[in-house]
Design a protein around this ligand. Sequence first.
Ligand SMILES: [Zn+2]
Length: 186
Amino acid sequence: MHGERARALLERVTIELAREGVSVVRKRDVPLQRWIDRALRVITFGAMRSYLTDYVTTIGRTIYLPEGWESVPPGRRWETLEHELVHVRQFARFGLVGMAVLYLLVPLPMGLAWCRAQLEWEAYRVSLRCVAELEGLEAARDPAFREEIVRRFSGPDYGYMWPFAASVRRWIESELDAIERSLAVK
Ligand SMILES: [Zn+2]
């Protein structure tokens, strides 16, 4: 997928992460991450079973990679790392305890996690911009991609953090319009 350019962008974000002192490690190698996987299975009644295999997670200045990361296309890896870099900066802004409280508890751990939704939305805005930059606006506007994001906010992946699909769709639409305007003035 967009071979040369994708690899260059991946290289760029990798250098940026190293410069910011971010460690990038494998999730399964870290006992705490395996414990989180088990805890998520319990609290979501088994709905969340793919924490170790499908999700990249950032805690503090460490990015934890899932299985099979190397076989993910370079463009997708770049988009993901740019998303995670937003979370690294959120941890720098709010601190480890501040982030944990905001991300996990406010106002509720599940079902209505407004702060988590806002922190994720800041990162998903970057995801949308990355897709538009590398794959084009049409790809960013792809309904399948939009619904994937909607599902992440309203479904079990992040504990039903903002279960109002229509409002998530509106955020995405307005962000896409902003991206389109910023591309038009370039
Ligand atoms: Zn995220």
